[in-house]
Design a protein around this ligand. Structure first.
Ligand SMILES: [Ca+2]
Ligand SMILES: [Ca+2]
Length: 356
């Protein structure tokens, strides 16, 4: 398998936007054409799909969970600046999915509607903002960003994120990888895909405040990596040593870890979950009554400047103590809305109990 490193530093597992990587990707094409391990007689690095789990757990109920309104301390002053400042926040009641949206659920939507996700469609060259001849051809193929562990220590996310043609929710690791497993969270979706699913399902993407309120579930804030029974995160030194002490080196089926006191599974860890709010570093202390975050015009993502990113929450199976201590309800990162990734999913909230 030819590998296409994406060379653009981003410490936040928010791997790429298309325009910013195109020039670097062109360089990478030349750089890696003669450096494949098989050509040098050396072993290839671990394949992304080596982390694919075939395990299953007892899938939790799909019945949406009622979250009564209330107040809580949103944000954190303890870890990353983008999560501050803490402030008392009020949230009205709602209902929420007990687990991340699964491949089975997304497949039901696709079967009913014929929907084709963004990652399954050829890429519009206009997204890159550069002349067509400057765009590496593989970047115009349908595909998505796949975590592919490097074979050496690194803190450069370009060493583990690759744009993989053929990767989509159906084939999370690319064409050569296994099919999506029904009980695992759906990944590789863009914002429009999530919105389309939500509309079909009669729900909506949660606000950041709703998500964090439900995830924290009245518990004390913490900073340490959760116990391996509580969340799918990364044990070992990321990105090289993946001990898998929690039972999963990659994505876990939903419901393998203990739920929080509201009965919600995998809010923290497993896959990041996209929310409706636009991203800016830090919270506006005045935005505390059912906050909706900044306007689109006020959105700002330091790692994707010029784009209005959405907030994603809770960290993923890639979060480790030495990198990305975001296995907490307060964690937040900007998420490019136009491109999926292999560690980003979502769940819905609802304004009624009526189940579709
Ligand atoms: Ca894990
Ligand atoms: Ca999650």
């Amino acid at each position: 398998m030819r590998r296409y490193p994406i060379k653009r530093f981003n410490p936040a597992f928010n791997p790429i936007d298309r325009r910013a990587i195109v020039a670097a990707a062109a360089l990478s094409l030349a750089a890696c054409s003669d450096s494949e391990g098989d050509q040098n007689g050396e072993p290839l690095p671990t394949a992304a799909s080596d982390f694919a789990s075939a395990d299953s757990c007892e899938t939790p109920s799909n019945v949406r969970v009622r979250i009564d309104g209330g107040t809580f301390i949103m944000g954190s002053n303890a870890v990353y600046a983008e999560e501050s400042q803490e402030r008392e926040t009020t949230v009205d009641g709602f209902w929420i999915d007990p687990h991340e949206v699964t491949n089975r659920q997304f497949a039901e939507f696709v079967e009913a509607t014929g929907y084709q996700s963004v990652a399954e469609k050829p890429v519009d060259p206009d997204q890159f903002g550069v002349p067509l001849e400057q765009i590496p051809p593989f970047m115009l193929e349908a595909g998505s960003a796949v975590f592919t562990p490097p074979d050496r220590p690194s803190r450069n996310y370009g060493d583990w994120w690759e744009y993989v043609p053929g990767a989509s929710w159906r084939k999370p690791y690319g064409r050569q990888g296994p099919e999506a497993r029904p009980d695992q969270p759906v990944v590789h979706l863009a914002w429009d895909d999530m919105r389309a699913y939500a509309e079909w399902k009669g729900g909506r993407i949660p606000t950041e405040a709703e998500w964090e309120y439900a995830a924290s579930a009245g518990a004390e804030k913490y900073t340490d990596q959760p116990d391996s029974r509580l969340a799918n995160s990364w044990q070992g030194v990321f990105p090289l040593v993946n001990e898998g002490k929690d039972g999963f080196k990659g994505i876990a089926p939903v419901g393998c870890f203990e739920p929080n006191t509201y009965g919600l599974y995998d809010m923290v860890g497993n896959v990041w979950e996209v929310t409706a709010d636009f991203f800016r570093p830090g919270h506006d202390p005045a935005d505390r009554d059912n906050p909706r975050g900044p306007s689109e015009n006020a959105a700002y993502d330091p790692v994707n400047p010029g784009f209005a990113s959405r907030v994603m929450k809770g960290g993923s199976y890639l979060c480790a103590p030495n990198y990305c201590q975001r296995y907490r309800p307060e964690s937040r990162q900007g998420r490019d809305t136009g491109l999926g990734a292999s560690n980003v999913g979502f769940r819905l909230v609802y304004d009624s109990a009526a189940q579709k």
